[in-house]
Ligand binder design. Structure first.
Ligand SMILES: [Zn+2]
Length: 310
């Protein structure tokens, strides 16, 4: 996908190095791990010993909270899908229409709530932090449901619906206003026959930094854009130090797990997938738990009998 070319260029050389360097180890593990295990008791033993857990999450986690993605069959806003509106070109041509789309998505999120998977992850982080252990979430979701559930250590690689960035001065700011500006009140209806609101640029969200007044845009990574290098550096650090990796609600052939999880697995670190179905990449990993992650994840991350809680 073009969106991720830059990130892939940055990470792939490392991926290749990682795989090459550990090929003998991989062959050894290959014999032991020809098929991923779905044995929860075995996973729980690994989980009980892990000190630094990385959890990579994708659209499947949000889907279980009813968050629309505007992609795939039936995934339209008016007559467009996300890949036609979430681009720098679309914003340059028609900032009013793109803001209507994002305003709608922000407003929809007011009625959505974290599901048992989000909550299990946040509770696990809170509990393990008291034991000197860490849980870091790397997500491609922009809906902030992990944050809403209480997750503190969160790397949002695609940004957030609730952050803006100034197209003039570059300032990034959290923004939870509803509506985000008066001109967008009542706008953004998704029905195909809705007319564009055609809001003048000066009435769209504006930068409030001293005297800037620049046009704001959603602080999300659009198609054709690179990932934030600062976020990617933090991601690479997590992938390097984790001793257990969970892939939740995204298959390991789909970005970002496709890039991140194999890198971790190549170091011999256990990777556990929690998604609907096995994929060709699943066989590279130690564990696979099929099914809705709202069902499979809570028992996996619940308190282990060996955990001592003060
Ligand atoms: Zn500005």
């Amino acid at each position: 996908m073009c969106l991720f070319q830059s990130a892939a260029r940055r990470l792939l050389p490392q991926l290749r190095c990682g795989l090459k360097a550990s090929s003998s180890k991989k062959q050894k593990f290959g014999l032991e791990m020809a098929r991923p295990s779905s044995n929860m008791a075995d996973f729980r033993e690994v989980f009980a010993k892990a000190k630094h857990i990385t959890i990579i999450t994708g659209a499947g986690v949000s889907a279980e909270s009813g968050v629309p993605t505007f992609r795939g069959a039936g995934g339209f806003w008016r007559k467009w899908q996300a890949q036609e509106l979430a681009t720098p070109g679309a914003f340059a041509r028609n900032p009013s229409r793109v803001w209507e789309f994002y305003h709608y998505r922000r407003e929809v999120m007011l009625s959505k709530h974290p599901n048992p998977a989000h909550i299990a992850i946040a509770e696990c982080e809170k509990r393990l932090s008291k034991q000197g252990r860490s849980v870091v979430v790397i997500t491609q979701n922009i809906d902030e449901l992990h944050r809403k559930a209480g997750t503190k250590q969160l790397l949002e690689i695609h940004g957030s619906l609730f952050k803006t960035r100034c197209t003039s001065c570059g300032n990034v700011a959290a923004n939870y206003k509803s509506p985000i500006c008066p001109a967008l009140a009542g706008k953004g209806a998704p029905d195909p026959d809705t007319e564009d609101a055609a809001i003048p640029v000066e009435d769209l969200p504006q930068c409030e930094e001293d005297g800037c007044n620049g046009l704001l845009r959603p602080h999300v990574v659009w198609f054709g854009e690179a990932l934030d290098p600062g976020v990617l550096t933090a991601v690479e650090k997590e992938l390097d130090i984790c001793d257990l990796c969970l892939v939740v609600g995204t298959s390991s052939v789909v970005y970002p797990a496709a890039m991140f999880a194999p890198q971790v697995s190549a170091r011999g670190v256990p990777v556990a997938e929690f998604n609907m179905e096995p994929t060709p990449a699943t066989n590279r990993f130690r564990f696979h738990f099929p099914g809705p992650c709202g069902t499979t994840l809570p028992p996996a991350l619940a308190r282990h009998e060996t955990e001592i809680i003060s």
